[in-house]
Design a protein around this ligand. Structure first.
Ligand code: S3P
Length: 442
Protein backbone atom coordinates (compact mmCIF):
# COMPACT_ATOMS: atom_id res chain seq x y z
CA UNK A 1 0.00 0.00 0.00
CA UNK A 2 1.21 3.51 -0.77
CA UNK A 3 2.02 5.62 2.26
CA UNK A 4 0.23 8.89 2.87
CA UNK A 5 1.97 12.14 3.78
CA UNK A 6 0.35 14.45 6.32
CA UNK A 7 1.62 17.82 7.52
CA UNK A 8 1.51 18.75 11.18
CA UNK A 9 2.02 22.44 11.69
CA UNK A 10 2.48 23.89 15.18
CA UNK A 11 0.54 27.09 15.76
CA UNK A 12 1.85 30.64 15.61
CA UNK A 13 5.19 32.12 14.64
CA UNK A 14 6.05 34.31 11.71
CA UNK A 15 8.03 34.00 8.49
CA UNK A 16 11.16 36.03 7.79
CA UNK A 17 13.95 36.13 5.23
CA UNK A 18 14.37 35.33 1.56
CA UNK A 19 12.48 32.49 -0.12
CA UNK A 20 13.36 31.29 -3.60
CA UNK A 21 10.29 29.43 -4.81
CA UNK A 22 10.78 27.01 -7.74
CA UNK A 23 10.19 27.65 -11.44
CA UNK A 24 6.82 28.32 -13.00
CA UNK A 25 4.73 25.23 -13.72
CA UNK A 26 2.80 26.56 -16.72
CA UNK A 27 5.95 27.87 -18.41
CA UNK A 28 7.95 24.69 -17.67
CA UNK A 29 5.28 22.53 -19.37
CA UNK A 30 5.24 24.75 -22.44
CA UNK A 31 9.04 24.86 -22.68
CA UNK A 32 9.19 21.04 -22.89
CA UNK A 33 6.36 20.93 -25.44
CA UNK A 34 7.64 23.67 -27.76
CA UNK A 35 11.27 22.61 -27.31
CA UNK A 36 10.28 19.09 -28.42
CA UNK A 37 8.47 20.37 -31.52
CA UNK A 38 11.22 22.81 -32.49
CA UNK A 39 14.13 22.29 -34.84
CA UNK A 40 17.37 22.24 -32.88
CA UNK A 41 18.46 22.22 -29.25
CA UNK A 42 16.67 24.27 -26.58
CA UNK A 43 18.07 24.81 -23.10
CA UNK A 44 15.64 25.37 -20.26
CA UNK A 45 16.89 26.96 -17.03
CA UNK A 46 15.01 26.92 -13.69
CA UNK A 47 12.73 24.14 -14.97
CA UNK A 48 10.20 23.06 -12.34
CA UNK A 49 11.07 19.53 -11.31
CA UNK A 50 7.56 18.93 -9.99
CA UNK A 51 5.70 15.75 -10.84
CA UNK A 52 3.35 17.50 -13.28
CA UNK A 53 6.13 18.91 -15.45
CA UNK A 54 8.09 15.67 -15.18
CA UNK A 55 4.98 13.91 -16.53
CA UNK A 56 5.08 16.16 -19.59
CA UNK A 57 8.81 15.53 -19.94
CA UNK A 58 8.25 11.76 -19.70
CA UNK A 59 5.48 11.86 -22.31
CA UNK A 60 7.72 13.58 -24.87
CA UNK A 61 10.56 11.19 -24.14
CA UNK A 62 8.07 8.38 -24.79
CA UNK A 63 7.44 9.97 -28.20
CA UNK A 64 11.12 9.80 -29.11
CA UNK A 65 12.41 13.21 -27.98
CA UNK A 66 15.85 13.23 -26.36
CA UNK A 67 15.51 15.31 -23.21
CA UNK A 68 18.34 15.48 -20.72
CA UNK A 69 18.16 16.81 -17.21
CA UNK A 70 21.59 18.30 -16.62
CA UNK A 71 22.93 20.12 -13.55
CA UNK A 72 20.36 21.37 -11.02
CA UNK A 73 17.20 22.49 -12.73
CA UNK A 74 18.61 22.73 -16.27
CA UNK A 75 17.10 20.70 -19.08
CA UNK A 76 18.31 20.24 -22.66
CA UNK A 77 15.73 19.31 -25.29
CA UNK A 78 16.75 18.09 -28.74
CA UNK A 79 13.70 19.07 -30.74
CA UNK A 80 12.43 16.73 -33.44
CA UNK A 81 10.43 19.29 -35.41
CA UNK A 82 6.66 19.73 -35.65
CA UNK A 83 6.29 16.44 -37.56
CA UNK A 84 9.03 14.44 -35.81
CA UNK A 85 7.23 12.83 -32.85
CA UNK A 86 7.00 9.03 -32.83
CA UNK A 87 4.15 6.82 -31.65
CA UNK A 88 4.51 6.10 -27.93
CA UNK A 89 4.82 2.41 -27.02
CA UNK A 90 2.20 2.72 -24.29
CA UNK A 91 -0.45 5.00 -22.79
CA UNK A 92 0.78 8.47 -21.87
CA UNK A 93 0.06 8.77 -18.15
CA UNK A 94 0.28 12.42 -17.06
CA UNK A 95 -0.63 11.81 -13.40
CA UNK A 96 -2.36 14.76 -11.76
CA UNK A 97 -1.62 17.26 -14.52
CA UNK A 98 -4.58 18.89 -16.24
CA UNK A 99 -2.24 21.15 -18.22
CA UNK A 100 -0.35 18.19 -19.73
CA UNK A 101 -3.57 16.45 -20.67
CA UNK A 102 -5.43 19.38 -22.20
CA UNK A 103 -2.49 20.88 -24.08
CA UNK A 104 -1.28 17.50 -25.32
CA UNK A 105 -4.78 16.54 -26.49
CA UNK A 106 -4.40 19.40 -28.97
CA UNK A 107 -1.05 18.52 -30.38
CA UNK A 108 -1.69 14.77 -30.38
CA UNK A 109 -4.82 15.36 -32.49
CA UNK A 110 -2.51 16.53 -35.27
CA UNK A 111 -0.19 13.48 -35.31
CA UNK A 112 -0.12 10.63 -37.78
CA UNK A 113 -0.25 8.04 -34.96
CA UNK A 114 -2.87 7.04 -32.37
CA UNK A 115 -2.26 7.78 -28.67
CA UNK A 116 -4.00 7.43 -25.33
CA UNK A 117 -3.79 10.05 -22.60
CA UNK A 118 -4.61 9.04 -19.04
CA UNK A 119 -4.00 10.28 -15.51
CA UNK A 120 -4.61 9.70 -11.81
CA UNK A 121 -8.02 9.36 -10.07
CA UNK A 122 -8.44 13.14 -9.79
CA UNK A 123 -7.55 13.87 -13.42
CA UNK A 124 -9.78 11.06 -14.70
CA UNK A 125 -12.74 12.86 -13.11
CA UNK A 126 -12.02 16.29 -14.60
CA UNK A 127 -14.00 17.65 -17.56
CA UNK A 128 -12.37 17.19 -20.97
CA UNK A 129 -15.39 18.10 -23.15
CA UNK A 130 -14.02 21.66 -23.17
CA UNK A 131 -11.15 20.44 -25.37
CA UNK A 132 -12.78 17.42 -27.07
CA UNK A 133 -15.62 19.51 -28.54
CA UNK A 134 -13.60 22.21 -30.32
CA UNK A 135 -10.93 19.70 -31.39
CA UNK A 136 -13.68 17.57 -32.93
CA UNK A 137 -14.88 20.66 -34.79
CA UNK A 138 -11.33 20.96 -36.17
CA UNK A 139 -11.55 17.40 -37.50
CA UNK A 140 -9.99 15.47 -34.63
CA UNK A 141 -11.37 12.12 -33.50
CA UNK A 142 -11.14 11.52 -29.76
CA UNK A 143 -12.84 8.63 -27.99
CA UNK A 144 -13.64 8.76 -24.27
CA UNK A 145 -16.28 7.77 -21.78
CA UNK A 146 -18.40 10.73 -20.66
CA UNK A 147 -15.73 13.11 -21.98
CA UNK A 148 -13.26 12.13 -19.29
CA UNK A 149 -9.82 10.51 -19.48
CA UNK A 150 -8.57 8.11 -20.72
CA UNK A 151 -8.75 9.90 -24.05
CA UNK A 152 -8.07 7.82 -27.15
CA UNK A 153 -6.79 10.22 -29.78
CA UNK A 154 -6.85 8.95 -33.34
CA UNK A 155 -4.00 10.03 -35.59
CA UNK A 156 -3.92 10.61 -39.33
CA UNK A 157 -6.79 13.10 -39.30
CA UNK A 158 -6.68 16.17 -41.46
CA UNK A 159 -7.29 19.14 -39.14
CA UNK A 160 -8.65 22.42 -40.37
CA UNK A 161 -8.55 25.83 -38.72
CA UNK A 162 -11.45 26.98 -36.56
CA UNK A 163 -12.95 30.22 -35.33
CA UNK A 164 -13.84 29.33 -31.74
CA UNK A 165 -15.58 31.42 -29.11
CA UNK A 166 -14.59 29.94 -25.76
CA UNK A 167 -17.45 29.73 -23.26
CA UNK A 168 -14.98 30.15 -20.34
CA UNK A 169 -11.71 32.04 -20.02
CA UNK A 170 -9.31 29.09 -20.06
CA UNK A 171 -5.62 29.16 -20.95
CA UNK A 172 -5.63 25.39 -21.18
CA UNK A 173 -8.36 25.35 -23.83
CA UNK A 174 -6.83 28.28 -25.72
CA UNK A 175 -3.37 26.64 -25.68
CA UNK A 176 -4.78 23.26 -26.70
CA UNK A 177 -6.40 24.80 -29.77
CA UNK A 178 -3.28 26.80 -30.70
CA UNK A 179 -1.19 23.61 -30.54
CA UNK A 180 -3.72 21.76 -32.69
CA UNK A 181 -3.70 24.82 -34.95
CA UNK A 182 -0.01 24.21 -35.75
CA UNK A 183 -1.19 21.10 -37.62
CA UNK A 184 -4.37 22.58 -39.10
CA UNK A 185 -4.93 23.89 -42.55
CA UNK A 186 -5.68 27.59 -42.42
CA UNK A 187 -6.29 29.91 -39.48
CA UNK A 188 -7.15 28.87 -35.95
CA UNK A 189 -8.70 31.76 -34.06
CA UNK A 190 -9.73 31.68 -30.41
CA UNK A 191 -11.99 34.34 -28.92
CA UNK A 192 -11.69 34.70 -25.15
CA UNK A 193 -14.56 35.95 -22.94
CA UNK A 194 -11.86 37.49 -20.71
CA UNK A 195 -8.08 37.36 -20.51
CA UNK A 196 -6.37 34.16 -19.40
CA UNK A 197 -2.65 33.46 -19.01
CA UNK A 198 -0.79 34.12 -22.25
CA UNK A 199 2.39 32.03 -21.80
CA UNK A 200 1.65 29.94 -24.91
CA UNK A 201 1.36 32.98 -27.15
CA UNK A 202 4.55 34.51 -25.73
CA UNK A 203 6.51 31.29 -26.02
CA UNK A 204 5.29 30.41 -29.53
CA UNK A 205 6.59 33.82 -30.63
CA UNK A 206 9.89 33.23 -28.82
CA UNK A 207 10.20 29.98 -30.82
CA UNK A 208 9.69 32.00 -34.01
CA UNK A 209 6.01 31.23 -34.70
CA UNK A 210 3.76 34.11 -35.74
CA UNK A 211 0.84 34.56 -33.36
CA UNK A 212 -1.55 37.48 -33.58
CA UNK A 213 -3.35 38.58 -30.45
CA UNK A 214 -5.28 41.50 -29.00
CA UNK A 215 -8.78 42.56 -27.98
CA UNK A 216 -9.79 39.13 -26.78
CA UNK A 217 -8.65 37.14 -29.81
CA UNK A 218 -5.61 35.00 -30.54
CA UNK A 219 -4.85 33.45 -33.89
CA UNK A 220 -2.22 31.57 -35.84
CA UNK A 221 -1.91 29.88 -39.23
CA UNK A 222 -0.99 26.20 -39.39
CA UNK A 223 1.87 24.65 -41.29
CA UNK A 224 4.83 26.63 -39.87
CA UNK A 225 7.96 25.55 -38.02
CA UNK A 226 9.39 26.28 -34.58
CA UNK A 227 13.04 27.17 -34.06
CA UNK A 228 14.85 26.10 -30.88
CA UNK A 229 15.05 28.75 -28.19
CA UNK A 230 16.60 28.98 -24.73
CA UNK A 231 14.05 29.56 -21.97
CA UNK A 232 14.77 30.85 -18.47
CA UNK A 233 11.71 30.06 -16.39
CA UNK A 234 10.70 32.71 -13.81
CA UNK A 235 9.85 31.60 -10.28
CA UNK A 236 6.21 30.59 -10.00
CA UNK A 237 3.84 33.29 -8.71
CA UNK A 238 1.37 30.52 -7.82
CA UNK A 239 3.96 29.02 -5.45
CA UNK A 240 4.97 32.47 -4.19
CA UNK A 241 1.30 33.07 -3.31
CA UNK A 242 1.48 30.81 -0.22
CA UNK A 243 4.38 32.88 1.11
CA UNK A 244 2.73 36.19 0.19
CA UNK A 245 -0.29 35.14 2.24
CA UNK A 246 1.82 33.69 5.07
CA UNK A 247 3.61 37.00 5.55
CA UNK A 248 0.52 39.13 4.91
CA UNK A 249 -1.56 37.47 7.67
CA UNK A 250 1.01 37.88 10.46
CA UNK A 251 1.82 41.49 11.40
CA UNK A 252 5.59 41.87 11.80
CA UNK A 253 6.53 39.30 9.14
CA UNK A 254 8.75 40.32 6.26
CA UNK A 255 9.65 38.12 3.28
CA UNK A 256 11.55 38.71 0.08
CA UNK A 257 10.59 36.48 -2.87
CA UNK A 258 13.15 37.02 -5.64
CA UNK A 259 12.62 36.59 -9.36
CA UNK A 260 8.88 35.93 -9.40
CA UNK A 261 6.91 36.02 -12.66
CA UNK A 262 4.49 38.97 -12.63
CA UNK A 263 2.91 38.47 -16.06
CA UNK A 264 -0.26 40.65 -15.98
CA UNK A 265 -2.38 37.61 -16.88
CA UNK A 266 -1.16 35.87 -13.69
CA UNK A 267 -0.57 38.56 -11.07
CA UNK A 268 -4.03 39.30 -9.67
CA UNK A 269 -3.13 37.64 -6.38
CA UNK A 270 -1.00 40.73 -5.75
CA UNK A 271 -3.87 43.06 -6.76
CA UNK A 272 -6.33 41.20 -4.52
CA UNK A 273 -4.03 41.05 -1.48
CA UNK A 274 -3.21 44.75 -1.89
CA UNK A 275 -6.93 45.55 -2.06
CA UNK A 276 -7.22 43.73 1.29
CA UNK A 277 -4.55 46.08 2.67
CA UNK A 278 -1.42 43.95 2.28
CA UNK A 279 1.93 45.66 1.84
CA UNK A 280 3.59 44.16 -1.26
CA UNK A 281 6.39 45.89 -3.17
CA UNK A 282 7.51 44.88 -6.68
CA UNK A 283 11.20 45.63 -6.91
CA UNK A 284 13.48 45.69 -9.94
CA UNK A 285 10.82 44.84 -12.51
CA UNK A 286 12.48 43.40 -15.62
CA UNK A 287 11.86 41.16 -18.63
CA UNK A 288 13.33 37.67 -18.62
CA UNK A 289 12.94 35.67 -21.82
CA UNK A 290 9.76 37.51 -22.80
CA UNK A 291 8.15 37.25 -19.34
CA UNK A 292 8.05 40.09 -16.77
CA UNK A 293 9.61 39.28 -13.36
CA UNK A 294 10.26 41.19 -10.13
CA UNK A 295 11.46 40.66 -6.59
CA UNK A 296 8.48 40.77 -4.26
CA UNK A 297 8.74 42.15 -0.74
CA UNK A 298 5.79 41.50 1.54
CA UNK A 299 5.20 42.75 5.07
CA UNK A 300 2.46 41.61 7.44
CA UNK A 301 -0.20 44.07 8.63
CA UNK A 302 -3.93 44.02 9.37
CA UNK A 303 -6.10 42.98 6.40
CA UNK A 304 -9.73 43.86 5.54
CA UNK A 305 -12.30 41.72 3.79
CA UNK A 306 -13.27 42.80 0.25
CA UNK A 307 -15.61 42.00 -2.60
CA UNK A 308 -13.31 40.42 -5.19
CA UNK A 309 -13.67 41.93 -8.67
CA UNK A 310 -15.01 39.09 -10.91
CA UNK A 311 -12.77 40.31 -13.76
CA UNK A 312 -9.75 39.24 -11.67
CA UNK A 313 -10.91 35.63 -11.24
CA UNK A 314 -9.16 34.06 -14.29
CA UNK A 315 -6.03 36.08 -13.47
CA UNK A 316 -5.73 34.54 -9.98
CA UNK A 317 -7.48 31.23 -10.70
CA UNK A 318 -4.91 29.02 -8.93
CA UNK A 319 -4.41 31.34 -5.97
CA UNK A 320 -7.88 31.26 -4.39
CA UNK A 321 -7.10 28.58 -1.81
CA UNK A 322 -4.34 30.88 -0.45
CA UNK A 323 -6.51 34.01 -0.84
CA UNK A 324 -9.27 32.32 1.21
CA UNK A 325 -6.79 31.92 4.08
CA UNK A 326 -6.01 35.64 3.87
CA UNK A 327 -9.77 36.35 3.89
CA UNK A 328 -10.24 34.15 6.98
CA UNK A 329 -7.66 36.30 8.81
CA UNK A 330 -8.99 39.65 7.55
CA UNK A 331 -11.47 41.94 9.29
CA UNK A 332 -15.04 41.45 8.02
CA UNK A 333 -16.57 39.83 4.98
CA UNK A 334 -14.85 38.70 1.77
CA UNK A 335 -17.05 37.75 -1.14
CA UNK A 336 -15.97 35.82 -4.23
CA UNK A 337 -18.38 35.31 -7.13
CA UNK A 338 -18.08 34.14 -10.77
CA UNK A 339 -15.57 31.47 -9.81
CA UNK A 340 -17.44 28.20 -10.52
CA UNK A 341 -14.30 26.95 -12.32
CA UNK A 342 -12.79 26.38 -8.86
CA UNK A 343 -15.14 23.41 -8.49
CA UNK A 344 -13.40 21.49 -11.31
CA UNK A 345 -9.75 21.98 -10.39
CA UNK A 346 -7.59 19.25 -8.77
CA UNK A 347 -10.40 19.08 -6.19
CA UNK A 348 -13.64 21.01 -5.72
CA UNK A 349 -11.74 23.95 -4.27
CA UNK A 350 -14.86 25.76 -3.06
CA UNK A 351 -16.21 22.82 -1.05
CA UNK A 352 -12.86 21.52 0.19
CA UNK A 353 -11.69 24.98 1.33
CA UNK A 354 -15.08 25.70 2.94
CA UNK A 355 -14.96 22.41 4.87
CA UNK A 356 -11.37 23.02 6.01
CA UNK A 357 -12.03 26.61 7.08
CA UNK A 358 -15.14 25.54 8.98
CA UNK A 359 -13.19 22.92 10.87
CA UNK A 360 -10.77 25.68 11.92
CA UNK A 361 -13.70 27.72 13.28
CA UNK A 362 -14.25 30.16 10.40
CA UNK A 363 -17.75 31.18 9.32
CA UNK A 364 -18.05 30.50 5.59
CA UNK A 365 -20.79 30.02 3.05
CA UNK A 366 -19.89 27.91 0.01
CA UNK A 367 -21.82 29.10 -3.03
CA UNK A 368 -22.23 27.53 -6.46
CA UNK A 369 -19.85 30.04 -7.99
CA UNK A 370 -17.80 31.27 -5.05
CA UNK A 371 -17.56 31.80 -1.33
CA UNK A 372 -18.45 34.19 1.45
CA UNK A 373 -15.96 34.25 4.31
CA UNK A 374 -16.33 36.14 7.59
CA UNK A 375 -12.79 36.92 8.65
CA UNK A 376 -11.55 36.81 12.23
CA UNK A 377 -9.69 40.12 12.08
CA UNK A 378 -6.17 41.06 13.10
CA UNK A 379 -6.59 39.91 16.72
CA UNK A 380 -8.69 36.80 16.10
CA UNK A 381 -7.35 33.26 15.92
CA UNK A 382 -8.16 30.13 13.97
CA UNK A 383 -8.77 26.98 15.92
CA UNK A 384 -6.54 23.99 15.41
CA UNK A 385 -7.79 20.75 13.96
CA UNK A 386 -7.62 18.25 11.15
CA UNK A 387 -8.13 19.34 7.56
CA UNK A 388 -8.43 17.01 4.57
CA UNK A 389 -6.71 18.40 1.48
CA UNK A 390 -8.31 15.72 -0.72
CA UNK A 391 -4.93 15.29 -2.40
CA UNK A 392 -5.00 18.86 -3.72
CA UNK A 393 -1.52 20.39 -3.56
CA UNK A 394 -2.65 24.02 -3.33
CA UNK A 395 -5.14 23.28 -0.55
CA UNK A 396 -2.48 21.46 1.47
CA UNK A 397 -0.04 24.38 1.22
CA UNK A 398 -2.70 26.99 1.97
CA UNK A 399 -3.76 25.30 5.22
CA UNK A 400 -0.12 24.81 6.23
CA UNK A 401 0.22 28.62 6.20
CA UNK A 402 -3.09 29.05 8.07
CA UNK A 403 -1.47 27.46 11.14
CA UNK A 404 0.49 30.71 11.61
CA UNK A 405 -2.76 32.24 12.89
CA UNK A 406 -4.06 29.20 14.81
CA UNK A 407 -4.03 28.56 18.54
CA UNK A 408 -3.68 24.77 18.29
CA UNK A 409 -1.78 22.58 15.79
CA UNK A 410 -3.23 22.12 12.30
CA UNK A 411 -2.91 18.65 10.77
CA UNK A 412 -3.38 18.46 7.02
CA UNK A 413 -4.12 15.09 5.51
CA UNK A 414 -3.06 13.76 2.12
CA UNK A 415 -0.25 16.13 1.16
CA UNK A 416 1.90 13.96 -1.14
CA UNK A 417 0.63 15.84 -4.21
CA UNK A 418 2.41 18.98 -3.07
CA UNK A 419 5.27 17.47 -5.08
CA UNK A 420 3.26 17.97 -8.27
CA UNK A 421 3.89 21.73 -8.19
CA UNK A 422 6.20 22.56 -5.29
CA UNK A 423 8.80 19.94 -4.42
CA UNK A 424 10.63 21.01 -1.24
CA UNK A 425 7.74 23.17 0.01
CA UNK A 426 7.82 21.93 3.60
CA UNK A 427 11.60 22.33 3.87
CA UNK A 428 11.56 25.84 2.38
CA UNK A 429 8.67 26.92 4.61
CA UNK A 430 10.43 25.46 7.67
CA UNK A 431 13.59 27.43 6.80
CA UNK A 432 11.53 30.62 6.72
CA UNK A 433 10.07 29.87 10.17
CA UNK A 434 6.98 27.65 9.72
CA UNK A 435 6.85 24.91 12.36
CA UNK A 436 5.92 22.23 9.82
CA UNK A 437 6.61 18.55 10.13
CA UNK A 438 5.97 15.88 7.50
CA UNK A 439 4.39 12.71 8.85
CA UNK A 440 4.41 9.52 6.80
CA UNK A 441 1.32 7.37 7.47
CA UNK A 442 1.79 3.74 6.44
C1 S3P B 1 -3.05 26.53 -16.64
C2 S3P B 1 -4.25 27.17 -16.77
C3 S3P B 1 -5.25 27.24 -15.70
C4 S3P B 1 -4.69 26.83 -14.35
C5 S3P B 1 -3.81 25.62 -14.42
C6 S3P B 1 -2.66 25.85 -15.38
C7 S3P B 1 -2.12 26.52 -17.77
O1 S3P B 1 -6.32 26.39 -16.03
O2 S3P B 1 -5.72 26.61 -13.42
O3 S3P B 1 -3.28 25.31 -13.15
O4 S3P B 1 -0.91 26.23 -17.58
O5 S3P B 1 -2.56 26.83 -18.88
P1 S3P B 1 -7.56 26.92 -16.93
O6 S3P B 1 -6.97 27.59 -18.08
O7 S3P B 1 -8.34 25.71 -17.30
O8 S3P B 1 -8.32 27.84 -16.02
Amino acid sequence: MLSRIDYRVAPGGQLQGTVNVPGDKSISHRAIMLGSLAQGRSRIENFLEGEDCLATLGAFRAMGVKIERTAGTSVVVDGVGVHGLQAPGEMLDVGNSGTSMRLMAGLLSGQTFDSVLTGDDSLRKRPMARVINPLTQMGAYIESEKAMAPLKIHGGRRLHGLHYEMPIASAQVKSCLLLAGLYAQGITEVIEPGPSRDHSERMLRAFGYAVESGEGRVCLTGGGNLQACDVTVPNDISSAAFFLVAAAIVPGSELLLPNVGINPTRNAVITILRAMGAHIEQRDERLQGGEPVADLLVRGQGLQGIKIDPALVPLAIDEFPAIFIAAACAEGETLLTDAAELRVKESDRIQVMADGLQSLGVEVEARTDGMRIIGLGEHGHLQGGIVNSHGDHRIAMSFAMAALRAIEPVVIRDCANVDTSFPGFAELAADAGLAIEKQVQE
